[in-house]
Structures are given as C-alpha cells and as structure tokens.
Design a protein. Structure first.
Length: 115
C-alpha cells in the first residue's frame, strides 16, 4: 500500500485514482457521514464532498502498521469555496487486503469546515 500516492490522489481531488486503492467491496466511513460500500458508491460520495470545497491538503504526522492494519494521524487543510482555510486533525484506520483498502475509516470532526 503506497499511502503517499493515496493521499496525493485525494489532495488532487482525483476520485478515479482514489478508488484504485480500494477493493471492490470496500467499506468507507468518513466522520459522521453515512457509511458507503463499494467503489462506485464511494466515488459518488467523495465527488459530492469534493464539490463542497475548493482544495485540500494532507500532512501525515504519524503512521503505524500492525499486520493488515495501517493507521495514519495528521492534519488536513481545507480551502472553502470562499477561499478561507481551516486545518483539522484526523486519524485514518485502513484494513488492508492484498495491498488494497478493504475498510477505510476516517475519524474527524468535519463540522468546523461548514461553520
């Protein structure tokens, strides 16, 4: 799993590249948003989220790997449609299968982005 490539695809808001890191039956949970299952449903969800912002950038501060679990901790900076920026801490937990993401959980309080 090339975690830097995954975050680069997200920061470029390239949902097609993003889903290439996922298994077909992946489960995706982003903060308090409803869970999405499968690459196509996740692509729609991610594209919808991307449409609400102008830009984003991740800074990974820590990374841990334990067997088939990868955990990242960092700061994501969002640029809103009005060009104001906000940085929010996050933790991602990835469950891997054959070097792809089988389960993707993002722990973040996204509410400040929309306040």
């Amino acid at each position: 799993m090339k975690i830097n490539e995954l975050f680069t695809s997200i920061d470029k808001m390239d949902s097609k590249k993003f889903i290439s890191f996922l298994t077909e039956d992946v489960i995706f949970k982003f903060g308090n948003f409803p869970e999405s299952v499968g690459k196509e449903e996740i692509k729609k969800s991610v594209d919808n989220f991307f449409s609400t912002i102008s830009d984003l950038s991740h800074k990974i501060e820590y990374e841990w790997k334990i067997d088939d679990i990868l955990i990242t901790e960092g700061i994501v900076t969002y640029t809103r449609k009005n060009n104001s920026k906000i940085s929010i801490p996050f933790v991602n937990v990835f469950r891997l299968q054959n070097n792809l993401i089988k389960k993707y959980q993002i722990y973040i309080d996204i509410n400040p982005l929309y306040n």
